[in-house]
Design a protein around this ligand. Structure first.
Ligand SMILES: NC(=O)c1ccc[n+]([C@@H]2O[C@H](COP(=O)([O-])OP(=O)(O)OC[C@H]3O[C@@H](n4cnc5c(N)ncnc54)[C@H](OP(=O)(O)O)[C@@H]3O)[C@@H](O)[C@H]2O)c1
Length: 221
């Protein structure tokens, strides 16, 4: 069972929201940043959001927080992958690394998927972390909704990956988010479509002033 999660770039809205929910579920979290004091400040914010009964939330540099983590979450923007991952590559061999990164951009017509040479952001993470056990998940969870920690989520989380054991660990981790139904969606080669779906959610959010999530019908796992 996962006991400690390290967040690379955990100072943004997604890292904060996920960490607060997992801390409330009893999982120790460590919030990484390029600047350790930013990680520590984010950790204090998350601990306040999570409440006094939550598990420990600490902060530091990205390098510090991945040490000792059972699972490492990558929560940086797509164009930050090189800068974020290059210093960590040696540390993350054989480790379970989860990419929640969506390669997307906006123009006057709204959000759109950015083409990725490797096929997906998750594959780009794998290319930058040789030997890491890369899984894709949590792409379509709204940070705004995650931050409302008293309310259960109402989302499916498709999980993709090629390492069966790593995928199993991430499915269990997703299940620790109250109201989330984890779904085994397939191999890492499906990460691209899963990531691109987020652009549709963002377009829907704009059109309907919502914080849309994903629910797949017809599945009774
Ligand atoms: N926001 C959402 O609702 C949501 C939902 C699902 C998935 N996602 C995906 O999850 C990822 C994080 O989303 P977010 O909204 O939390 O992102 P964000 O606030 O834009 O960035 C998160 C953190 O990444 C670090 N970062 C930024 N640029 C970097 C760079 N060039 N190199 C290294 N680190 C950098 C920063 O941390 P420091 O400055 O502290 O180092 C920043 O606080 C994105 O890929 C996004 O597509 C977001």
């Amino acid at each position: 069972m996962v006991q400690r999660i390290g967040f690379v770039g955990g100072t943004g809205p997604l890292g904060k929201g996920l960490a607060a929910r997992w801390a409330r579920a009893g999982i120790v979290t460590a919030i990484g940043s390029r600047r350790p004091e930013r990680g520590q400040q984010a950790a204090a914010d998350i601990a306040a959001l999570a409440g006094p009964a939550a598990a420990e939330v600490s902060g530091g540099s990205n390098l510090e927080v991945v040490a000792g983590a059972d699972v490492v979450l990558i929560t940086v923007p797509f164009d930050g992958l090189d800068e974020a991952l290059a210093p960590l590559a040696d540390q993350l061999t054989d480790r379970i690394v989860v990419s929640a990164v969506n390669p997307l951009a906006f123009d006057a017509a709204g959000p759109y998927p950015v083409p990725v040479a490797e096929g997906s952001a998750a594959a780009a993470v794998a290319a930058r972390l040789p030997g890491a056990r890369v899984v894709g998940a949590f792409h379509s969870l709204s940070a705004r909704t995650l931050a409302r920690v008293e309310q259960p989520m109402d989302d499916d989380v498709p999980v993709v990956g090629d390492d069966e054991q790593a995928v199993e660990v991430v499915l269990e981790l997703a299940a620790r988010l109250e109201g989330v139904r984890p779904l085994l969606a397939g191999p890492l080669r499906l990460a691209g479509p899963v990531e691109d779906l987020t652009t549709v959610l963002l377009a829907l959010n704009k059109r309907y002033r919502a914080h849309a999530g994903v629910r797949f019908s017809g599945i009774d796992p």
